[in-house]
Ligand binder design. Sequence first.
Ligand SMILES: CC(C)(COP(=O)(O)OP(=O)(O)OC[C@H]1O[C@@H](n2cnc3c(N)ncnc32)[C@H](O)[C@@H]1OP(=O)(O)O)[C@@H](O)C(=O)NCCC(=O)NCCS
Length: 148
Amino acid sequence: MEITVRELREEDIPRLAEIEAESFSMPWSAKDFQELFTHSYCRYIVALADGELAGSAGYRNICNEANIDNVVVAPKFRNIGIGSALMREIIAMGEAEHVEGFTLEVRVSNTAALRLYEKFGFVSEGIRPGFYERPREDANIMWKRYTI
Ligand SMILES: CC(C)(COP(=O)(O)OP(=O)(O)OC[C@H]1O[C@@H](n2cnc3c(N)ncnc32)[C@H](O)[C@@H]1OP(=O)(O)O)[C@@H](O)C(=O)NCCC(=O)NCCS
């Protein structure tokens, strides 16, 4: 299977919103993705598996801190390296624009995502109690920093 990564395009949004709905209890809507195009500080990419939309990831670069707010792979394409391909690319993009660090929140029970982020050098820096709803759960706050 050929996995490719490129920038998010407006035509990706309908399928991406479906992948979100398949993956999260509080998914981003098509409108949420559409808004990304109105903010110059947003960087969003998608992964394609043999040309089929398979996932997305992105960050908001706020004062050189890259906030990763959405990483998702369609259920049928998980565990074959697509999440890793997305992370590799957004980290390269952030490094190219000299971010000082990446940060994200992840449900404490989300083993797959925790493994993915740890693989790319993210470490836990704290817990935000009750951060998530549906179901209520703590968030693990993770960072990958380039400065001390
Ligand atoms: C988290 C997610 C993006 C991972 O994507 P993926 O394409 O399956 O990830 P990869 O195949 O690149 O795997 C990355 C690492 O995580 C590990 N991993 C993947 N799924 C796993 C699972 N179910 N349990 C434990 N580890 C897992 C793999 O072992 C892999 O490490 P390795 O390369 O050393 O073997 C995907 O599971 C997903 O979309 N989940 C639902 C949405 C979500 O929770 N997003 C994160 C929100 S913070």
